[in-house]
Design a protein around this ligand. Sequence first.
Ligand code: SF4
Ligand code: SF4
Length: 362
Amino acid sequence: MVWLQLPADGVHEIFMWIERRLEGDRSARLRLDGSGWTLEKTARRGGKHLLWLLLSLWTGFTFVGYFVPIRDLAVQVMAWQGAWQIFWIAFYALATYGNAGFLREQVCKYMCPYARFQSAMFDKDTLIVSYDAARGEGRGPRAKDANYRAQGLGDCIDCTLCVQVCPVGIDIRDGLQYECIGCGLCIDACNSVMDKMHYPRGLVRWSTEQALAQRWSRAQMLRRVFRPRVLLYGAGLLAITVAMVTSLYVRVPLKVDVVRDRGTLSRIVAGGMMENIYRVQIGNATEVPQHYVLSASGLNGLRVASDTAVALGAAEDRWVVVRLQAPYGAAQPGSNPVVIEVRAQADPKIAVSAHTTFLAPR
Ligand code: SF4
Ligand code: SF4
C-alpha cells in the first residue's frame, strides 16, 4: 500500500483548491464573508473546514509515519493507543491547518528562509518573473480598439489582475521583490488579458534584469545560462546529489550504540574471568522483523557472556544489557580497545561494529 506524504507547498495548493471549489473565486468569497449565516453558507464553510481538517490529519499521520512503522501506527490510532504518536499527529495537523488555512503567504513572507537564501545566489542574469516596464508603461485603461500608443500608453491596461492573483499580495510591476515565490500566476493572468486585448503575450514573463535592460531576444538571454556561477552551483548540486545517492546506497539499516555501565566498571567473576557490562542500543531500520547475533573481539578469549541473540520487530529500537568476559590476564590493566559486533542473521551484510573499551583491574 502506498501512503501518500504531501509536501508543504502541495498541501497549501490543495487547501486553496478546496476553498475555490466550495466557496468560489476571490470575489465570491468576499460576498460570502459579507452575507449572513444561511444553510448554504454554513454548509460551504463547514465543508471547507472539515476537508481542511481531514487533509491536515492525513499530513500529520503520514509525517509521523516517517518515524514509526506506518501500518502499526494506523492500528494504534484506530485503537486510540500510543499517546505520543497521537500527540504528534495532532500537533502537525494543527500546524498544517493553521499555516495552509490561515497564515498562508505570511509563512512565505516572514517564516520561510527560501527567498533570503535565494537572494544571496542572485545576479543580473537570474531568470525571474518580471514585468516588462518598457513595454507596459504608461499603464492605464483604454478602449479595446483605441490607438493607445498615440495616447502615450503602453501595453499594461492597469487591470490589476496580476496583483489579485498573487498569493503573496505583491505588485510585480513594482519590480523585483523578495516576497515573490516565482509561482508564475501573474504571468498566466496577464497573458489572458493580453489575449483579450489582442496584444502579444509576455508583458509579465520569465526574464532576466539584463535581458530586459538590453532588450535581448530569448536566445540571447538563454546563452547567458552557462556562466561560471551557474556551472559552480550546478557542480555543487551534483556533488550533493551524488553524495546523497551514495549514502543511501551504502546505508546499513541497523543502528548500534554502546554505553558502558557506569555502576560496574570491571569485576572478577566465577572461573577467573574479568567482566565488563554495557548497555547496547540496537535499532532495526528495516521494514521487517530481524534476528541479530552479538559477538565481541579485540582481546584473546573475549566473549559475550549474556544473550547473543536479539530479536527486534520492524523498525523497533531496544536497549539490551551485554556482559563481556575475558580470561584474567588477557588484557593489560586499564583500558583496552574492543569491538562489539551486531549482525543480522538473515543478511550478514547488515552488520555494525561498535568500538568501545574493556577495563581490566590493576
Ligand atoms: S510570480 Fe507569483 S508570487 Fe511572484 S509576483 Fe507573480 S504571482 Fe506573485
Ligand atoms: S495583468 Fe497585465 S495588464 Fe493587467 S495590470 Fe497586470 S501587468 Fe497590467
